[in-house]
Design a protein around this ligand. Structure first.
Ligand code: UDP
Ligand code: MG
Length: 334
């Protein structure tokens, strides 16, 4: 069965397919030239494709922008977008995707050489075979023990909480077919967790295992503070479970108050000499009331969760194919 992108791109005989790289840059002046050289060298292997390199300078404080503009002067396949301030990695990638909706495939990768350019060429092979999203999954990583441990904990929690399955040990290094890019760019939430959005969109997704290299130069743009905020976006953006947990906790505490009442009654009946007057009323009452309050907060939380999901205003669905009648001029293509 022919794959949809064969039809849209190779349909006209001889039409070359284009691949755009989306490359977020934040204080990468030291390594950016090395990165670009490595990327150009790797992409040289695919002479059948037209490449475009979209660098998004995320308000770098060093001279990353000047160096990017220099790259732009030497290579007309380079596009440089520059933010007015630091908006964060996820927004930088989004801006890059917004600028690449006409490319047949988009590859998102870090510019610190942690995502090896040759792996992106392997992604293209999978894309040729009809895979719509190729996400690079880390077989190993050279990060600190702390980063590895926190990442493991984060994915563990995410796995249990999120409403959709978000693959583990996957960053934003991935290839997306143009139809996936078209869908992903429809998600306009402020607090972005792109890997969750891509998982949410669907289509044919496959993992490609790779070994993550250490950072080539400079230092991480994701200090603990940013990492925590990012992890929260992932959990909160794809789950309203914490709101429902309030009710569950309330039920547990209320149940405990019932057990306590039974116990107090037992003491009263079977060993009245040990019962302390007034204690039962206070103890049982405290647990019962706080339990009830939590249940009620959970009820409010459940409604709030629905308001939240509606306020996210995400697209309801993404079409993989629409075969319309022959009178439709579009012929089903979007
Ligand atoms: N980055 C960005 N904006 C930021 C932080 C990082 O565009 O606020 C870019 C950075 O230049 C790199 C990628 O996002 O290309 C990943 O960042 P980094 O390597 O610092 O994160 P880590 O690999 O340590 O998680
Ligand atoms: Mg990095």
């Amino acid at each position: 069965m022919p794959h949809p992108h064969d039809e849209t791109t190779d349909g006209e005989l001889g039409a070359r397919r284009s691949v755009a790289y989306v490359l977020p840059v934040y204080n990468e002046a030291e390594g950016i030239e090395t990165f670009h050289t490595a990327l150009v060298e790797a992409t040289g292997a695919r002479t059948d494709l037209d490449f475009e390199f979209v660098y998004v300078d995320d308000g770098s404080a060093d001279d990353s922008l000047d160096r990017l503009l220099k790259l732009r002067g030497d290579d007309d396949r380079v596009t440089v977008l520059s933010f007015s301030r630091n908006f964060g990695h996820q927004v930088a990638v989004t801006a890059g995707l917004d600028a690449c909706t006409t490319a047949d495939a988009v590859i998102v990768m870090d510019t610190d050489l942690q995502d090896p350019p040759r792996v992106s060429i392997e992604m293209l092979d999978l894309w040729d075979r009809g895979v719509d999203v190729v996400f690079a999954q880390r077989r190993s990583r050279q990060d600190s023990r702390f980063k590895r441990a926190t990442a493991f904990g984060f994915y563990w929690v995410l796995d249990r909480m999120a409403d959709i399955e978000i693959p583990r040990n996957v960053g934003d290094f991935r290839l997306m077919d143009r139809k996936v890019v078209a869908e992903v760019t429809r998600y306009r939430e402020q607090d972005r967790f792109l890997r969750g959005i891509v998982a949410h969109v669907g289509f044919r997704q496959e993992a490609l295992l790779f070994d993550r290299d250490p950072r080539f130069a400079g230092e991480t743009g994701y200090p603990l503070r940013k990492m925590l905020r990012f992890a929260t976006s992932g959990l909160i953006g794809f789950s309203t479970a914490p709101l429902r947990w309030i009710s569950r906790l309330g039920f547990a505490i209320s149940a405990f108050s019932v057990l306590l009442a039974v116990y107090v009654l037992g003491v009263r009946i079977f060993s009245p000499e040990n019962s302390v007057p007034g204690w039962a009323f206070l103890g049982v009452g405290m647990f019962l009331l706080s339990g009830l309050q939590l249940i009620m907060m959970g009820v409010i939380g459940t409604y709030l969760g629905r308001v939240y999901v509606e306020a996210q205003d995400r697209p309801l669905y993404s079409l993989a194919l629409s075969a319309r009648g022959s009178r439709d001029v579009d012929g089903g293509r979007r």
